[in-house]
Design a protein around this ligand. Structure first.
Ligand SMILES: [Zn+2]
Length: 493
């Protein structure tokens, strides 16, 4: 909600949510901030490019960057560290862009510490691009702090942030605990590499759904990510089997201090055997080199050697379950949404003392379907549940606008598939239907002072009310309705 005093959009300032106007926080002009950030990024990027092009040997640099990416991936599993998506993005993007770059003249080998510095510098450029992106999407306000332009999240971004948090997409340390859940994942792949695997794709998706979903939403987040991770769609088109890919990688020894490498011909023969595809396909699909930058940059080929990145491939392997097995993955999402509509919302209401009647339909007209009726004392809430999940490209204003459109559609009786609205019974109609027919379920109109509608979502909604209907995340139900109260009910004791 905007500032109650002056109506300005609130911003998050460190741990505080404040009104910039009432607190005399001087924000920068948005257009200028966006332009300045852009100019600055270009300058830094061009400086870095000039330095590395003129000094460093391109091939050796890409190998070192693959090693940086591999070290990052290993640390992710070994040190219980959170998934720093920007870092993984940075190393992958750098490998891709430098391989495509034809302006290298340097001859010097790159030191390990230098490779790390390059990734870090590039990461900062990416952070600036993200800042700029949030400003452009209207999700943040620019503020100058010392010599840096910061983007302070505004109210429009709060639900996205909460949804990210809810999906374990955390900024650093908070993710540490969660990471322990990934360890069993690693074991499934390293221990069961020979012979038949423990999980079928369907079982794997079921077992590790939250992780796969998280990776999917993290790595298909905005255009920057799409530039490199979008290349994984080629695997999907070729129906590449992620498990076989992992078996191939695990058939090579994993070195302690550098990437294992093998000859191009050996790799092709082995990949052909493991993946059951033609040599031509192996070259096209898997081998990333100056000659083939259409492949995802995981198996780098330089001077006739192919470099194997064990744990980086493993991160990709997890992500691939949402891409190659998209229909199985979507099936699991639907199943979990149904579960949400049937069980989770009911359990929450029951846990705070409400009586919950699930799934009521009109016997005469089957089209009216009520997800749940919750009662407590003289209050009744008629509930519609939506298990919508966090989606790729969630940070786009357009995605958020779709969610608002769909919420309003529930109330107004319009369902959108491919942009066209279809008439469905509206929540307002359903409330009237319950009022007229509650005796069928042993309820009596006279027993209730308040009868209201509520939409419960899994994620955090961009709007909290529409035409008198409350819209809430499941995470906030207990807070709002605990001990039988709702905000509205409080006014009528
Ligand atoms: Zn104010």
């Amino acid at each position: 909600m905007p500032c109650q005093k002056c109506g300005s959009v609130l911003i998050r300032f460190g741990a505080f949510t404040v009104c910039p106007y009432c607190n005399c926080i001087t924000l920068l002009k948005k257009k200028k901030a966006i332009f300045d950030l852009f100019k600055n990024e270009q300058e830094i990027e061009s400086n870095i490019n000039t330095i590395i092009r003129n000094n460093l040997d391109k091939n050796k640099l890409t190998i070192k960057l693959c090693w940086e990416r591999e070290k990052f991936s290993r640390a992710f599993f070994q040190k219980y560290q959170g998934l720093d998506t920007n870092e993984f993005l940075s190393s992958n993007l750098l490998i891709l862009r430098i391989t495509k770059d034809n302006f290298f003249s340097g001859k010097r080998n790159v030191e390990e510490i230098e490779a790390k510095t390059i990734v870090d510098a590039f990461k900062r450029i990416i952070e600036s691009k993200e800042t700029r992106f949030l400003l452009m999407q209207g999700f943040a306000e620019p503020l100058q702090l010392f010599d840096k332009i910061h983007a302070l999240y505004n109210e429009h971004y709060f639900p996205i942030l909460s949804t990210y948090e809810d999906n374990d997409i955390w900024e650093q340390p908070k993710a540490k605990e969660k990471i322990k859940e990934y360890l069993p994942l690693l074991l499934t792949v390293t221990e069961k590499q020979q012979g038949s695997t423990k999980y079928s794709p369907k079982e794997f998706i079921k077992e590790f759904y939250p992780t796969i979903h998280q990776f999917y939403c993290c790595f298909v987040r905005n255009e920057l990510y799409n530039e490199v991770f979008g290349l994984l769609n080629n695997y999907s088109k070729a129906h590449l089997n992620p498990q076989k890919l992992m078996n191939l990688v695990n058939s090579y020894p994993m070195n302690e201090r550098q990437l294992y490498h093998t000859s191009l011909s050996e790799f092709i023969t082995r990949a052909q055997k493991y993946l059951d595809i033609e040599p031509k396909k192996v070259r096209e699909l898997l081998i990333f080199s100056e000659k083939n930058t259409q492949a995802f940059p995981i198996f780098l080929a330089v001077n006739g050697r192919v470099y194997i990145s064990h744990r980086a491939t493993f991160l990709i392997y997890i992500l691939l379950h949402a891409i190659v097995y998209k229909s199985l993955f979507d099936e699991e999402t639907v199943k979990r949404s149904k579960e949400f509509e049937k069980q989770e919302v009911k359990s929450i209401f029951q846990s705070i003392g409400w009586t919950y009647l699930p799934n009521k339909t009109d016997r005469k007209k089957a089209s009216i379907e009520i997800d749940g009726i919750a009662t407590f004392g003289r209050k009744m809430v008629i509930i519609e549940c939506k298990g919508w999940k966090l989606k790729p490209f969630f940070e786009y204003k357009m995605q958020q606008d779709h969610i608002i459109r769909d919420i309003k559609g529930i109330v107004d009786g319009e369902k959108y598939t491919h942009r066209k609205p279809k008439k469905i019974p509206s929540l307002l109609q359903k409330i009237d239907f319950v009022k007229a027919n509650m005796s069928t379920w042993g309820l009596n109109n006279k027993d209730f002072d308040i009868i209201e509608g509520l939409i419960v979502l899994r994620s955090f909604p961009p709007i909290s009310e529409y035409k008198g209907i409350h819209v809430l995340s499941i995470k906030d139900v207990a807070k709002e309705f605990g001990s039988g109260t709702s905000t509205k009910a409080n006014d009528n004791p």
